[in-house]
Ligand binder design. Structure first.
Ligand SMILES: Nc1ncnc2c1ncn2[C@@H]1O[C@H](COP(=O)(O)OP(=O)(O)OP(=O)(O)O)[C@@H](O)[C@H]1O
Length: 298
């Protein structure tokens, strides 16, 4: 299957500042990608380059096999939902929805109507009078009902409460199941979205640090807990991403480890657990930083 996004040695400079440095990756059809990274890492810059809202300084971007700039054939197949989307002051919810319906070739009116009900959005209310969470719901509804072959959600849930966020995740998975497409989720709430992710791209300071299937990434590490002495003996000579201790009890996150290595930890009476994607990403990002910066990564 040929990739629907191909990015090759992409560099973006703002004046003398390099926001993206020689980034290359490709995205396949029908997968959910997590585009992750710390504040200022370069995620939005990537998304703006994919959606032709920015010009690259160097390198190439191809979406659906073509350059996206001023290319309706490409742009009609992309739905980009970002936080704090602006609309004309006079626009009511129903105006935004009907505009979206006219923009996206795969738009599903019945589905949009059902989503409007589920998110309890007042059709006649002006967009600027909506609460933060309600404004985010409008974006989410457009992103879902557009059924665009490439749908990008950039922190789409500013102000959305946990119930509405969980509703969004459930709806996304359900609709993706019946209408597969390529979805990019960019967020800092890694733990919340990680069950949905099939592939993770982690950007750090304008460079790609991880580009890996989520399953393989999850397998990259594990944690062992138990009496501190036993944990230290077991982890000696292994690549330990972190170690914490409380009283005589310690937990270490270990990188790598075959099933037999994990089995042997359990045999030694240690508790072995998988590491969450978020933990792994935080630790792996720290590893790439100089020692004096490693304390500051959240
Ligand atoms: N127009 C601009 N002029 C100058 N610098 C910019 C501009 N846009 C972005 N940057 C810088 O480029 C870097 C990457 O920004 P970008 O918005 O892509 O990060 P991000 O990963 O999306 O961050 P966040 O998670 O905080 O939204 C940051 O250091 C940012 O300050």
């Amino acid at each position: 299957m040929s990739p629907i996004v191909e990015v090759n040695r992409l560099t973006k400079r703002y004046g003398s500042f390099t926001a993206l440095n020689q980034v290359s990756f490709s995205l396949e059809e029908g997968k959910i990608y997590g585009l992750l990274g710390r504040n200022g890492a370069g995620k939005t810059t990537v998304m703006h380059l994919l959606t032709a809202q920015l010009m690259a300084t160097e390198g190439t971007v191809k979406v659906f096999g073509e350059h996206p700039y001023e290319n309706r054939n490409v742009l009609d197949r992309i739905c980009f939902i970002k936080e704090s989307q602006k609309y004309p002051d006079t626009f009511r919810v129903k105006d935004i929805i009907s505009t979206a319906a006219s923009l996206f070739p795969n738009w599903d009116n019945d589905y949009a109507a059902s989503l409007l009900q589920q998110f309890q959005l007042p059709l006649d209310r002006r967009f600027k009078k909506l609460s933060k969470g309600m404004s985010s719901s409008v974006g989410i509804i457009i992103g879902l009902a557009s059924r665009a072959p490439l749908t990008i959600f950039d922190e789409p849930y500013l102000g959305l409460d946990v119930v509405a966020r969980s509703m969004f995740y459930d709806l996304l998975i359900e609709d993706y199941g019946s209408h597969p497409r390529t979805i990019i989720l960019s967020t800092h709430l890694i733990d919340e979205i990680s069950p949905m992710l099939e592939h993770v791209i982690l950007i750090d300071r304008g460079e790609i640090k991880i580009n890996e299937e989520a399953e393989r990434l999850r397998d990259k590490g594990y944690s062992v807990s138990g009496p501190a002495g036993k944990v230290d003996v077991f982890t000696a000579g292994k690549q330990v991403l972190s170690r914490s201790a409380l009283g005589g009890y310690a937990t270490a996150v270990v990188l790598g480890g075959s099933p037999s290595e994990r089995y042997s930890a359990a045999e030694q009476g240690l508790e072995v657990k998988p590491v969450s994607l978020q933990e792994l990403i935080v630790h792996m990002t720290k590893m790439n930083r100089p020692a004096h910066e490693q304390g500051g990564i959240k």
